[in-house]
Design a protein around this ligand. Structure first.
Ligand code: NAD
Length: 482
């Protein structure tokens, strides 16, 4: 057992939580405890918000955009120099295969570099004047950004919001998920010498700390990633102070396969999309909508490819699918497998798992999934895939759109016009045509419907999320008096 981080990171200091309560961090591959982390509460959030506000007012807001560019590059360098250690830590606390953690840390580095470039390139406008008045807009930071994140990509979730928030001139209080607090604390440690005290604060904890942050009157902007029901709670608590909220929420994404789809590409791409991160990916395709003409061939190929996947501990280089991140997640996903069987879906493939107490769930493929089944409509967030057939293009679009979510969607077809038609009619924030989601900084990512509000990973849209517009009307007295 390592008890390396028994403290919170507030105002540049490592302090125990006010309650003196701690949570055990478990290794998902064994179910065994390997670290203790502080369980922060409302009093710790209060101290952190106060520190972030003070730091914003006294230090960080004085930094020029050019200085912030340099700082963000230094944060990227610090993550890069410690990438192997961070990836290993992520695998330890989340369970995912090491090669997936390495991609995640790489994405975090890209985040800091990208928004380093953005820090001095977002600015306001001057507007057509009225007589001797000149109107201009300036883009100002909110002050303290309150951020709450889940456990499925810990380093990238930190960077996704911290990088643009700092680039725009804000400070931050971050609450990581109770299951995976260590990557965020380690990143705070790496940034300790690079950021003034109070610019970045980390308060691990559960719902109490999260709710204290999302309802705090001194938080100027909220950036939340998590499930859609929690997103609703966050919106409600933000309502009291009319705090603007960016929400990156759940998905129940569909991929659609027409008879002219190139299955040589589509099948491996879909397997990767469905089972990457053990299916604990908001972007993954949990629903495969297959035209009835190609159903048998598609399913045979899909199962054949899925059969190749190895489930095992994240530190084994042969592992493709690691354990799920927590007991709670294990219970939820295995419960959905039983729901699927009870609903009458046809379980055509179930892989194997290693022995032991880890939270391993094998890939499961259900065929004959009907649109009224729960496994068709509810986000499972695990390696459990539904296959449903359709006859017409219209039916494929309606089936895709019938769920309450709208995060990603994919179309596989050799007919460019049809692919475009379908893409335009999918009610999702990100459509993939003849490809599958593999991240990518610089491209807006976010949801329609109950999948969220706002876009991350983008330049203009994301920088707008972390700034507010002030209009200044200036009496120039410049009307010529001849
Ligand atoms: P969750 O909503 O239960 O928890 C996320 C975070 O919110 C945790 O830190 C948790 O402690 C905190 N929290 C819980 N209740 C809270 C409350 N009332 N007030 C404030 N904070 C609270 O999420 P989860 O189910 O553990 O995470 C997985 C979900 O995240 C999935 O739905 C997934 O699709 C979604 N997700 C979305 C994206 C995206 O970019 N759209 C990315 C990753 C994950």
């Amino acid at each position: 057992m390592v008890d390396r981080w028994p403290t919170l990171y507030v105002d540049g200091d490592w302090t125990p939580p006010e309650s003196d309560e701690y949570r055990t961090v478990l290794d998902p591959a064994t179910g065994e405890a390997f670290a203790e982390a502080p369980n922060g509460g409302a009093a710790d959030v209060e101290a952190a918000v106060e520190a972030a506000r003070r730091s914003f007012e006294t230090t960080w807001s004085d930094r020029s955009a050019h200085e912030r560019v340099d700082v963000l590059h230094e944060l990227a360098d610090a993550v890069e120099a410690n990438a192997d250690e961070l990836a290993a830590l992520e695998t330890r606390e989340n369970g995912k295969p090491l090669h997936e953690s390495e991609r995640d840390v790489e994405a975090a580095i890209e985040d800091f570099r990208y928004y380093a470039g953005a820090a001095d390139k977002h600015y306001g406008e001057t507007l057509p004047n009225h007589d001797d008045l000149m109107d201009m807009t300036v883009r100002e930071p909110y002050g303290v950004v309150g951020t709450v994140i889940p456990w499925n990509w810990p380093p990238m979730h930190v960077a996704d919001f911290l990088a643009p928030a700092l680039a725009a001139g804000n400070t931050m209080v971050l609450k990581p998920a109770p299951e995976t607090p260590l990557c965020a604390l380690r990143m705070a440690e790496l940034f300790d010498d690079l950021l003034p005290d109070g610019v970045f604060n980390v308060v691990p904890g559960g719902v109490e700390a999260g709710a204290a942050l999302t309802s705090h009157p001194d938080v100027g902007k909220l950036a939340f990633t998590g499930n859609s029901n929690t997103g609703t709670e966050v919106l409600k608590s933000a309502a009291e102070h009319i705090t603007p909220v960016m929400l990156e929420l759940g998905g129940k994404n569909a991929s659609v396969y027409f008879p002219d789809a190139d299955l040589e590409d589509a099948v491996p791409g879909t397997v990767d999309s469905a089972f990457y991160n053990s299916g604990e990916a908001c972007s993954s395709s949990e629903r495969l909508l297959v035209h009835e003409e190609i159903h048998d061939e598609f399913l045979e190929r899909f199962v054949e490819r899925t059969r190749e996947l190895v489930v095992g501990p994240g530190d084994d280089p042969d592992t493709d699918i690691g354990p799920l991140a927590s007991q709670q997640q294990y219970d939820k996903v295995t419960d959905y497998i039983e729901v699927g069987k009870r609903e009458g879906a046809d379980l055509v493939y179930e892989g194997g798992v290693p022995d032991g107490d880890g939270y391993f769930v094998a890939p499961h493929v259900f065929d004959g999934v009907e649109p009224d089944m729960r496994i068709f409509n509810e986000e499972i967030f695990g390696p459990v895939i539904s296959v449903t057939t359709f006859e017409t293009e219209r039916e494929a679009i309606e089936l895709s759109n019938q769920v309450e979510y709208g995060l990603t969607g994919a179309v596989w077809s050799g007919d460019a016009k049809r692919a475009m038609r379908v893409a335009e009619n999918l009610e999702v924030g990100f459509v993939l045509v003849n490809t599958y989601f593999r991240g990518g900084i610089g491209t807006p990512f976010g949801g329609y419907k109950r999948s969220g509000i706002g876009r991350k990973h983008a330049f203009e849209e994301t920088m707008r999320e972390f700034t507010r517009t002030k209009t200044i009307r200036y009496n120039t007295g410049s009307t010529l008096q001849w």
